[in-house]
Design a protein around this ligand. Structure first.
Ligand SMILES: [Zn+2]
Length: 184
């Protein structure tokens, strides 16, 4: 104690003890700049409080100026992106209305084809599948045969496709007969 007092007398600008000097050095930077308003309820914090007096929320550290600027920038970017996306989505139906389909496209509608061919629905479906099988038989011709076994296999594929087509057409005929008998 005597030493402390002695030192104080000698160097009056220094703190009286080394312990006090350390405390000052350590404590000073640990006082953070705290947020001024509660992020949860928005009420202002009392001076020196660590918790919100109205909602009890913990008082967070204040954001530094650069961090706040960054956050604001990100928020505006995000809002712009959302607005752009929303306007794009809103304009999509208008765009869809602007697209005018050619008039001949309505002939591809199923009921138009049905009326045109004059077949009942089941027969028409069987007919379309049969046409697909004929197309398959034709596409088999694209396969190249390197030897006799390949060629034989291709003939078998073609025969199978044609058989399937025949079966579909026969089914279409039978369905047409039964449905026309029903309608009679
Ligand atoms: Zn609060």
């Amino acid at each position: 104690m005597a030493e402390v007092v002695h030192e104080t007398q000698q160097d009056f600008w220094r703190p009286p003890s080394t312990l006090a000097a350390e405390e000052v050095v350590v404590v000073r930077p640990e006082i953070p700049t705290m947020a001024e308003a509660c992020p949860r309820c928005g009420s202002e914090f009392l001076l020196g409080s660590r918790f919100c007096h109205s909602c009890g929320g913990r008082r967070p550290e204040a954001l530094s100026a650069t961090a706040r600027a960054d956050a604001a920038e990100i928020a505006t970017l995000w809002e712009n992106a959302i607005a752009r996306m929303r306007s794009g989505v809103m304009s999509l139906p208008k765009l869809w209305e602007k697209v005018s389909f050619p008039a001949w496209l309505r002939y591809l509608h199923f009921h138009e084809i049905k009326r045109w061919v004059g077949l009942p629905t089941a027969s028409l479906i069987a007919f379309v599948i049969g046409l697909g099988c004929v197309a398959g038989a034709l596409l088999v011709g694209l396969l190249t045969a390197r030897n006799l076994v390949d060629w034989q296999a291709i003939q078998f594929y073609r025969a199978e496709w044609l058989l399937a087509a025949t079966a579909c057409f026969v089914a279409g005929i039978l369905l047409k007969k039964s449905s026309s008998r029903d309608s009679e």
